[in-house]
Design a protein around this ligand. Structure first.
Ligand code: FAD
Length: 301
């Protein structure tokens, strides 16, 4: 692993690269030690060149969207972190349907759909992640999932540097899962198929979902959203609440008093605090209810 050579190569490609950048600045949990290197490619060419440079210097890389479903180790990440927030793919195939680059926020996408009089994405309004992170996770809420409104996912193959297109069926979506968790493909952009609708009605539904979020979720404190997946036949938050775990605290991490499915950073929480709290919650829920809670949050070590 020759990070110095990688740093110089990336600078030569015109990429602004930060060294030892705290990941707490790039995650909604506000937790995480330094990334050895961090860059924000603005084009597919830069992204592909960065990945090729990683291959040549034997350095690992990690793709990060808006960091809203991420828990990063306190020791940081010995890798190049590639943030997609500035990534724009201008050469995308033009279609009638709505198109989004991977780094766009889901809320911005929802607003564009509303303005275009396209309905179907309202459920995603208020999910704070990016389009790419949303597709990777098959994010969903209020009965909707991204897979239901996708037509195709455009990808970069990190091994060949070539771009490709994947159908919804091939992407093997399930509850908070996709093939992208296994196949290392990087999501560049997504095509959506939506229905025509009245912008005012679409906007009203979006605001209704947002109001429900504000009402139920601890949006004033850093978190990664629901920390556990919903187990079959039950709700994680109800199980945790039923075990009397609201407010349980380890270090700066606490089970939210407002929504038991959230672990919140009440001040200075470390990754170790969150992991220890997750384990304590899982053990108690297992012992008291028999349900096994699986993490929804992705952990980067
Ligand atoms: C307050 C709050 C509320 C939330 N509510 C919801 C909700 O209602 N429903 C829901 O499903 N989630 C919810 N989340 C979780 C989170 O917003 C979603 O999982 C979101 O889709 C993550 O997107 P991201 O861009 O932040 O991904 P990140 O957290 O940056 O990354 C998540 C994973 O996706 C991968 N990834 C990201 N971009 C790409 C790409 N372009 N190509 C390949 N891999 C990529 C990363 O490597 C990582 O493994 C909530 C989070 C918060 C903080």
């Amino acid at each position: 692993m020759d990070f110095n050579r990688l740093f110089n190569t990336l600078n030569g490609e015109g990429l602004k690269v930060l060294q030892h950048e705290p990941m707490s600045r790039h995650t909604s949990f506000q937790i995480g030690g330094p990334a050895r290197l961090l860059a924000r490619p603005t084009s597919i060419k830069q992204l592909a060149a960065a990945i090729e440079a990683c291959r040549q210097t034997d350095c690992p890389y990690r793709v990060v969207g808006r960091g809203t479903n991420l828990l990063v180790d306190d020791a940081g990440i010995e890798a190049l972190v590639l943030l997609t927030s500035d990534l724009v793919w201008e050469d995308y195939p033009h279609h009638e349907e709505l198109w989004a680059s991977a780094g766009e926020s889901l809320s911005s996408l929802c607003n564009r759909a509303k303005a275009a009089g396209l309905s179907g994405l309202e459920f995603a309004y208020g999910i704070p992640g990016s389009v790419g992170g949303g597709v990777y996770m098959n994010a969903g809420a209020y009965g909707g999932e991204l897979k239901d409104v996708l037509t195709a996912v455009y990808t970069l193959d990190p091994h060949t540097g070539g771009t490709g297109v994947m159908s919804v069926t091939a992407a093997d979506f399930g509850y908070r899962r996709s093939l992208f968790m296994e196949n290392e493909q990087i999501i560049l952009g997504v095509r959506f198929t939506l229905m025509s609708g009245d912008p005012a009605e679409i906007g009203a539904r979006m605001e209704d979902y947002m109001a429900r979020r504000r009402n139920k979720q601890p949006l004033d404190l850093p978190s990664a959203g629901s920390i556990f997946k919903r187990p079959k036949g039950a709700y994680a938050a109800a199980l945790i609440d039923g075990c009397g775990l609201k407010g349980l605290r380890i270090g700066g991490a606490a089970v939210s008093e407002k929504h038991a499915g959230f672990i919140v950073n009440v001040g200075g929480a470390t990754c170790a605090d969150v992991l220890a709290l997750m384990e304590a919650v899982r053990r108690t829920v297992r012992e008291q209810t028999g349900y096994e809670l699986e993490p929804e949050v992705r952990v980067f070590r």
